[in-house]
Design a protein around this ligand. Structure first.
Ligand code: SF4
Length: 318
């Protein structure tokens, strides 16, 4: 079977959510709002091109990159709202900030222009972060394929950036780019360890440094300090071994779990969901359920109850 970081993280958090997402591919009525991820995806593509197309060689690099923002943003939006062939998933929607149909009162941006302005501003910040941390060198690649065949399964992943830094560091860094304004919040340090684990398998050597690079400005900070835009993550070879063991155990459980379920085509949806919830056990709690798309009355009643209660507590409509 194939398992990615996001698949394994979901399984580790709640096996029932994993079953809905990756095994049953359950479609929920509620549209999947992707507005929150567009900024990170667009700025990620711009810096991927910066490395892979060697844009860094250009003299007026900032002006050039800002000139690419509109095109890259448009392309990113199209990808998010179109049918995802690879994952066999319908496209999402963009709920702009506002009230009324097609809007979200808690949305991040009111218009596409606001979003575009944010991405343009992030280009300059990103270039300063790269200069400050010397994220260039003899080896500087983006979107590095790390898919690895282990025990007959494919453990998948792409490292956002693999960079052999210039002086005074001369170290091999593996970095993941983040669009979030809240540095460190909702970040799982195991993500970069997952990539390091695969990198070690592919290249028989671990990266020397792992970290998250934050392209967005931090909330409530007036001055921009590039030093604060990378969070380095400590790790050891032993931790990578442990992670590998955990992942392979999960993979075995998933394969066995799928084998115990009857064929989807011959089983009523309600019965299949019930049986699946006995094998792929739900783990309802606020952390897991608050962002889970299956927290609905028809797909996971217990998760739905938790989210409903949270919304009531914070005065939000479901
Ligand atoms: S709503 Fe909660 S318990 Fe239900 S599938 Fe999602 S994460 Fe799991």
């Amino acid at each position: 079977m194939y398992i990615s970081w996001s698949g394994w993280k979901l399984y580790d958090g709640c096996a029932y959510a994993y079953w809905h997402e990756y095994v049953a591919k359950t479609i929920v009525d509620k549209p999947d709002d992707r507005l929150g991820s567009i900024f990170g995806s667009a700025i990620g593509v711009l810096f991927e091109l910066f490395y892979n197309e060697e844009w860094w060689r250009k003299s007026q690099i900032q002006t050039f990159m800002v000139g690419q923002v509109e095109r890259v943003l448009e392309q990113t939006i199209q990808e998010e709202i179109s049918y995802d062939k690879k994952r066999d998933r319908p496209g999402g929607v963009l709920l702009w900030k506002g009230t009324g149909e097609g809007c979200n009162p808690r949305g991040l941006y009111e218009t596409q222009e606001d979003l575009e302005t944010d991405v343009r501003e992030a280009v300059g910040r990103g270039l300063k972060i790269i200069r400050h941390h010397r994220l260039l060198g003899r080896r500087a690649q983006a979107e590095v394929d790390l898919n690895s065949k282990i025990d007959g399964h494919i453990l998948g992943g792409r490292a956002d950036f693999v960079i052999l830094r210039t002086r005074p560091h001369y170290d091999l860094c593996l970095l993941d780019g983040k669009g979030s304004r809240h540095h460190g919040l909702y970040i799982d340090p195991r993500q970069v360890k997952w990539y390091a684990m695969l990198y070690r398998h592919r290249f028989s050597k671990s990266p020397e440094k792992l970290g998250y690079v934050y392209w967005n400005r931090q909330p409530n900070t007036k001055t921009f300090d590039p030093e604060k835009h990378i969070d380095w993550v400590e790790f050891s070879e032993y931790e990578l071994d442990q992670l590998m063991e955990q992942v392979l155990t999960s993979v075995r459980e998933i394969v066995e779990g799928q084998d115990t379920l009857p064929p989807a085509e011959k089983t009523p949806a309600d019965t299949l969901m019930e049986l699946a919830s006995q094998v792929f056990k739900p783990k309802p709690n606020e952390n897991n359920c608050r962002f889970c798309r299956y927290a609905t009355a028809t797909t996971c009643l217990r998760g739905f109850g938790i989210v409903k209660e949270m919304n009531r507590r914070y005065g939000r409509s479901v």
